[in-house]
Design a protein around this ligand. Sequence first.
Ligand code: HEM
Length: 157
Amino acid sequence: MKARVHAVAGILALTLISLFFTASVTVELVGTERAVSIVKTSIVVALFVLVPSMMAAGGTGRSLAQGRTAPLLRRKQRRTAAAGAIGLAVLVPCAITLQSLAAKGDFGTPFVVVQAVELVGGAVNITLLGLNARDGRLLSGATRRRRREAAATTARL
Ligand code: HEM
């Protein structure tokens, strides 16, 4: 159950960050200023789902990792800490600034610079969470293998 909650929270966080990234790029390439403003407001609202889902993925991950020593876990822990720091120090302030500039119809240089910073931070976080999801699949595969072997040993006794 905890592993299911963990996977859902982690994949939800990854999906939201990827959506923010693609929606921002698409709307800025082909959308109107009004469409950009709607996307920027939607991103700020969706932060209220993204931040708790990141916290849930980190919390359940730490709890699932208890008593396990796989090097993959240390890497997942480090990546999650880095993604959280980038999220709070870069992505959240960028999202709020962009929303406020877009609401005023101010799409000048500050908007472009903050948007570029947000896209770089977003790309880094998509990579970190993607690697965590890949390593998570490896870890849960190992758990399933261990359980199957234990069940087979019990059946033989
Ligand atoms: C936001 C960051 C994270 C994402 C996106 C993520 C994603 C995933 C995914 C997709 C799985 C596979 C679940 C399945 O196949 O059912 C998984 C498993 C796992 N993750 Fe994470 N994870 C994250 C953070 C962490 C952290 C910080 C830890 C702890 C160091 C952790 C520990 C684990 C463990 C132990 C498993 C295997 C659970 C089992 O045995 O079934 N994860 N993770």
